[in-house]
Write a protein that binds this ligand. Structure first.
Ligand code: CP3
Length: 333
C-alpha cells in the first residue's frame, strides 16, 4: 500500500509521506523549458504527450510519494464552454459567462473537451515510476470556481460585487458546478487517479453566514460522492476560519491546512489525518531554518497521521535544491 494510503486509510503515524502542491511548475527549469515553447496554457493542459511528462518531472528528481496530474482547476469552466486564458503576469482571464453558455452546457461536450485530461491520467497511471505511489486527481470546489467564473479574474486584485448580487445566477451556477465537478472526479478516478483533492482556495472570502450554502453543503455532496468511488478525498478550504467546523460537517478523509493555521491548535481540534501547513516561503530561507521547521512539524504530529506538504503551492522563485533537501530530510529523520 502507498505511504499516503497507509496514513489516510490505516491512520499510521510513522509513514512520513510527502508530496507538494505545485510540485510540477515554474520553479523547475525542465518545466519552464516546456512552458516557454507552449504559450497557450490551456492547450498545454490538453497535450497528452506533455502532461504525462510534466506530471512525472518531480518524481524523476525527488523521492516523493505522489504525482499530481498536471492540469488546472479552471479546466472545468473551460469544459463548460467559458473562455479561459492565462496571460503572462496577469494570471487567469475568463470570458463572460452568460445565459447562452449556461443553456448550452451538456455532458457530451464537456467530456469531449476534457477527454485529453483523462487520456493523460490514464497514460501516467500506467507508468512504473508510480508503483506503490499515488496519482492525485483534483478539482476546484464550487465556491472557488464560481468566484473565477463570475469575477473573471483572480479576486486577489478586486471582486466584482455587482455580479455577486445576482443570487439566482449564483445558485444556478453552483448547481451546475456540483454536477460537473462530480463528473470530472468520476472520469479522473476511472482513468487511474487514486486520490482526489478538492481545492477551495477562496473559502476565506466568505463570512460565517454564507458558509453553509456555498461551502459546507456543496462540498459535502462532492466529498460524499467521491467516497462512493472508494478512494480517499482530501479537502483544502484555504483560509477558512474554522477548520474544525468544516471537518465536522464535510468529513473528508484528510484535511490540508494553510500556513496561517497553528499546527498545535489543529491537532487539538481535529481527529482526521492532516496534510500540509508548512509556509511555502520556508523553501526560500536556508537549510537550517527549513530543518527546524520540519522537526517542529514532526514533533507536533508525532502521534497523529500526517502528510507533509505546504500551506499553499511551491513558489516560482524556489530553488529545487531546497525542495530536494525538504523531501530527503522528511524521509531520513
Ligand atoms: O503541481 C500541481 O499542483 C498540479 C497542477 C496545478 C496547477 N494549478 C498548475 C498551474 C494545480 C493543482 C492547480 C490548482 C489551481 N489553479 C488552484 C488551486 C490551488 C491554488 O493555487 O490556490 C487555483 C486557484 C488555480 C487557478 C490558477 N492557475 C491561477 C490563479 C494561476 C496563475 C497564478 C499562479 O498561481 O500560477 C494558474 C496557472 C497555473 N496553474 C500554473 C501552473 C503550473 C502557472 C502557469 C504558468 O506557467 O504561467
Amino acid at each position: 500500500m502507498s505511504l499516503i494510503r497507509r496514513c489516510i486509510v490505516e491512520k499510521e503515524t510513522t509513514a512520513n509521506p510527502i508530496w507538494l502542491m505545485r510540485q510540477a511548475g515554474r520553479y523547475l527549469p525542465e518545466f519552464r523549458k516546456i512552458r516557454s515553447q507552449n504559450e497557450n496554457f490551456v492547450d498545454l493542459c490538453l497535450n497528452t504527450n506533455l502532461v504525462p511528462e510534466i506530471t512525472l518531472q518531480p518524481l524523476k528528481r525527488f523521492n516523493i510519494d505522489a504525482a499530481i496530474i498536471f492540469s488546472d482547476i479552471l479546466m472545468i469552466p473551460y469544459g463548460l464552454g467559458q473562455k479561459v486564458n492565462f496571460t503572462k503576469g496577469l494570471g487567469p482571464e475568463l470570458g463572460i459567462i452568460n445565459q447562452e453558455i449556461i443553456s448550452n452546457i451538456n455532458k457530451i461536450d464537456f467530456e469531449e473537451k476534457l477527454k485529453p485530461v483523462y487520456d493523460s491520467i490514464n497514460k501516467v497511471s500506467n507508468n512504473p515510476i508510480l508503483k506503490n505511489k499515488d496519482l492525485i486527481g483534483f478539482v476546484g470546489a464550487p465556491w472557488t470556481l464560481l468566484v473565477y467564473m463570475i469575477n473573471r479574474y483572480s479576486p486577489k486584485k478586486n471582486i466584482n460585487k455587482v455580479f455577486f448580487k445576482d443570487k439566482k445566477l449564483i445558485d444556478n451556477i453552483i448547481e451546475i458546478l456540483v454536477k460537473y465537478i462530480k463528473l470530472h472526479i468520476y472520469n479522473q478516478v476511472k482513468s487511474g487517479a487514486s486520490i482526489i483533492q478538492i481545492f477551495d482556495s477562496w473559502a476565506g472570502l466568505l463570512t460565517d453566514k454564507d458558509l453553509e450554502k456555498y461551502i459546507y453543503l456543496p462540498t459535502k455532496e462532492i466529498t460524499d460522492y467521491t467516497k462512493t468511488l472508494k478512494i480517499p478525498v482530501i479537502c483544502f478550504p484555504r483560509n477558512i476560519k474554522n477548520y474544525k467546523k468544516f471537518v465536522d460537517i464535510v468529513n473528508p478523509d484528510a484535511i490540508n491546512i494553510d500556513y496561517n493555521v497553528e499546527p498545535e491548535q489543529i491537532l487539538n481540534d481535529i481527529d482526521i489525518p492532516i496534510q500540509g501547513g508548512i509556509h511555502p516561503k520556508m523553501l526560500l530561507t536556508d537549510k537550517i531554518t527549513l530543518k527546524k521547521e520540519v522537526l517542529k512539524f514532526k514533533r507536533i504530529f508525532e502521534n497523529h497521521p500526517y502528510i507533509f506538504n505546504l500551506g499553499h503551492g511551491v513558489l516560482p522563485e524556489t530553488d529545487p535544491d531546497m525542495v530536494e533537501y525538504l523531501i530527503k530530510f522528511v524521509k531520513d529523520n
